[in-house]
Design a protein around this ligand. Sequence first.
Ligand code: NAD
Ligand code: DAU
Length: 343
Amino acid sequence: MDKKTIIVTGGAGFIGSNFVYYMLKKYPNYRIVCLDSLTYAGNLSTLKKAMENENFRFVKADIRDAEAVDNLFTEEKPDIVVNFAAESHVDRSIEDPQIFLETNIMGPKVLMDACLNHKVSRYHQVSTDEVYGDLPLDRPDLFFTEKTNLHASSPYSASKASADLVTMAYHRTYGLPATISRCSNNYGPYHFPEKLIPLMIINALNDKKLPVYGDGLNVRDWLYVEDHCKAIDMIIHADCVGEVYNVGGHNEMANIDIVKLILKELGKPESLIEFVEDRKGHDRRYAIDPTKIREQLGWEPETKFENGIVKTIKWYLDHKDWWEEIISGDYKNYYKKMYEGEA
Ligand code: NAD
Ligand code: DAU
């Protein structure tokens, strides 16, 4: 494999950090440069092992900062840019949409301008299945394909859909060599404690109530994070400029079933479950049709949910230091406001 330099934005977050480790391991001759502004969701301790690798560099910068981005591109001359950086939590976007629109739309715009100026050979926008809105529970025959209309529900998903449109506009208007992937819900190591699976594992371990929104029947299509990394790796190395790929492993599950499974694995009682007020505008069901990426690029998920969830629970048991540090900081105030009604 030729030597390449890849800028990975948002590499101190959940999926970005998993991607950094995946790429460092798979391509020992690549240079991986992580650009991350370290918001509440970014964590340098996550990248501790990567820092020991001479092919890795971390740069603290904001994707909205055109000068910082341009300076980094001048220094590193990247071949590929993969943009994971985003505000990613739906509940936070409902509380305060502003930063979501700024980071998730203007951030990619700044990166794409830099890609054009520096003649980067691929810009990859990491998007989400949420751009398609939701599907009804009583139509299990329906799935999101790449041709499904964009129909976002939350300020978060609207900002991601906007970024997709801007990416495609840059491709068509300016010839930006761009690709987009729209993945379903990921789970695995380094998942920030505010999200369903880590929140439920951590609360169960601490014998705290497990807050399930609404009736708990909302369905998400879960994919082990490494399988998402593999899909992005395949896309950025394929001759597929201008294409959009859905990524998902046909693993639909109701929230309540996930919560019960976690309790069972940890030997905790179901009496910890507490049904709470529903999320505003809560999407009912997501389900990806991954036919295109399978047929065109040969992508298949490798980790079955029953194995991935056990691995993930074990990871949280083995890495208490990582999440205890997070939940004892600013996160405490977020949790009180979100779940305990305190201002
Ligand atoms: P995350 O919240 O765990 O991490 C986001 C990272 O981006 C953090 O390290 C944060 O510091 C950084 N960041 C935020 N704003 C920034 C800015 N202005 N400049 C530089 N860095 C900034 O998110 P995640 O769950 O890892 O998601 C990564 C990407 O994948 C997002 O674009 C998200 O929309 C997409 N996605 C996530 C999922 C999922 O299930 N988590 C599924 C599909 C797509
Ligand atoms: O589908 C991909 C998306 O998945 C990504 O684009 C987002 O960045 C990512 O955060 C995720 O969004 P969701 O809203 O699906 O994930 P979350 O973990 O927040 O919630 C999953 C489901 O669990 C959802 O139906 C809401 C529910 N939930 C969540 C929390 C945090 C609860 O019932 N209780 C909770 O406390």
